[in-house]
Design a protein around this ligand. Sequence first.
Ligand code: C5P
Length: 215
Amino acid sequence: AGRSLLVTAGPTFEAIDPVRGITNHSSGKMGFAIARAAAEAGATVTLVAGPVHLPTPRGVRRIDVQSARQMLDAVLPLAATHGIFVATAAVADWRPSTSTEQKIKKDGSGQAPTLTLTENPDILATVARLPEVVRPWCVGFAAESHDLVRHAREKLQRKNVPLVVGNLGPATFGRDDNTLLLVDAEGERELPTGDKLRLARALVAEIAQRMAAGA
Ligand code: C5P
């Protein structure tokens, strides 16, 4: 209660042309559940959402974006005014280097166009590198298909964040339940399988404890 929390959620959509793009199977459910749980706990919550089909949780301010660059542009000015940043979005790692204004047409030659990709900015790492006075307390997510602990711990160090929440991507994308593994400098703690709202409430309680302890 009394804290402010900024959340990213959902996939991003990286346009190839006006009708096509690159995206992923993230539903946004975990991030929306965290936004709801934090608002219920009394926090002021801003949710930056990629393209998802979910209603805005009550009392939450929502900003809709499409691409990773739009998500970064929305997040950066807000980071300094929020005490906590939770990055659940499955941001596309790459975007097409060029996006055409007109639909790319088959020309009958049988030749497929070649897509050249450019790496997207890392939103979480960018926020985690902000000067300490304006940097929110950052929570990252790790959606992995295997070796969850190793990958989550590696992300903790590489992105320089105090808490990484691991989950198995293919097992949870689009589903209502999940299992979370909290990884921090102290060790690991599993939040056992449950629906995403219950897990979100448990995660918000964990974050609140760390805030109260002056983390
Ligand atoms: O590097 P990786 O995508 O595995 O890291 C996942 C974490 O980093 C998540 O918290 C995700 O929201 C965040 N992330 C981000 N911007 C990116 C890539 C990942 O904020 N471009």
